[in-house]
Ligand binder design. Structure first.
Ligand SMILES: Cc1cc2nc3c(=O)[nH]c(=O)nc-3n(C[C@H](O)[C@H](O)[C@H](O)COP(=O)(O)OP(=O)(O)OC[C@H]3O[C@@H](n4cnc5c(N)ncnc54)[C@H](O)[C@@H]3O)c2cc1C
Length: 276
């Protein structure tokens, strides 16, 4: 639950997955499924403009999902959901996607942390203490690092925790390390965002760059294309694109969650020698 980018993507993808499931099994109808998105803020997807987020809300509504804005999850005991508005309903599955935090492992170190628990990092990806002094031989990149966003677009002045920054920072860090070993000064990390793109389940997406918004199928193709090509290494890209093509041709490979929890059960039931 939660309306950030990743949260909405997971939610919309699950909604899409349910449609695939309903299509694959005669015994389930779409009326057997319910989707509720609980969002504490008054809007979803702060990364896109307000009108684009309204388009997403309408689209989710059309696809049978209920979005509760300005609402918090108060309790989820024994599958009974209670909301801050007083509404209650039953749920078999709860997905919690509220907020990204730095990996807590860094709290167990003596490395300098900022208020949100991320490593205090300067733009060249070296760690700095509270006085701005460089910590020798200590570097950081990705979600765990508070890296200043020199493009001026970052929330609170820092790079947002996403893969676009993490992958680029990783490359910058490697180059800086090699440079320092060779006696060169490290170079500052700089990346200017070219917009936000998200998939909202099969064939639906949104893209936003400043005032330009693209919604629907074209945005979904952009989302798939961008994420596929952003995947590091050609071997990985081939696996991802290959899987998408296979899923398109033969439908998704569905596996029940119980079968995942007890993978030997079906094997033991059907492969056991008849007793007696
Ligand atoms: C559902 C979801 C959707 C997302 N969608 C997008 C998107 O569309 N676009 C986008 O740009 N970003 C997206 N993100 C964010 C993106 O995944 C992260 O920003 C990115 O993965 C950060 O990379 P990282 O290398 O810093 O951290 P991670 O990818 O989290 O890698 C950290 C690694 O460290 C390992 N680790 C942790 N503790 C230890 C330890 N003690 N010892 C050794 N290893 C350890 C972990 O297992 C993990 O493999 C999404 C995130 C989520 C959860």
């Amino acid at each position: 639950m939660g309306g950030g980018f990743a949260g909405i993507e997971v939610f919309a993808e699950l909604r899409s997955f349910a449609s695939a499931l309903v299509g694959a099994y005669d015994t389930i109808s779409f009326d057997d499924t319910r989707f509720h998105l609980i969002e504490a803020m008054g809007r979803i997807m702060p990364e896109v403009s307000l009108p684009t987020s309204h388009w997403v809300l309408k689209n989710l509504d059309k696809r049978g999902a209920t979005v509760h804005l300005d609402t918090q999850l108060a309790s989820a005991v024994d599958g009974k959901i209670e909301l801050s508005t007083g509404q209650t309903f039953e749920s078999d599955l709860i997905i919690w996607t509220a907020g990204v935090m730095a990996n807590p492992v860094v709290r167990g170190t003596d490395l300098p942390l900022e208020e949100r628990g991320r490593l205090r990092t300067q733009a060249d990806l070296r760690l700095v203490d509270e006085n701005g002094e460089v910590v020798p031989d200590a570097w950081a990149a990705g979600d765990v690092a508070a890296v200043p966003d020199l493009s001026g677009g970052g929330v609170g002045g820092y790079c947002v925790p996403n893969a676009q920054h993490a992958v680029r920072q990783g490359k910058r860090l490697a180059k800086n390390l090699v440079g320092v070993i060779r006696g060169d000064a490290p170079v500052d990390y700089f990346h200017k965002n070219l917009g936000a793109v998200a998939g909202l389940g099969l064939y639906v997406g949104v893209y936003q760059y400043r005032k330009l918004a693209i919604t629907g199928f074209i945005a979904w193709v952009m989302h798939r294309g961008y994420h596929g090509f952003a995947m590091p290494m050609w071997e990985r890209k081939a696996r991802v694109f290959g899987n998408w093509i296979i899923n398109f041709l033969f439908r998704r490979d569905l596996v029940g969650i119980p079968a995942r929890d007890v993978p030997r059960e079906a094997f033991e039931e059907f492969a056991a020698r008849p007793k007696g």
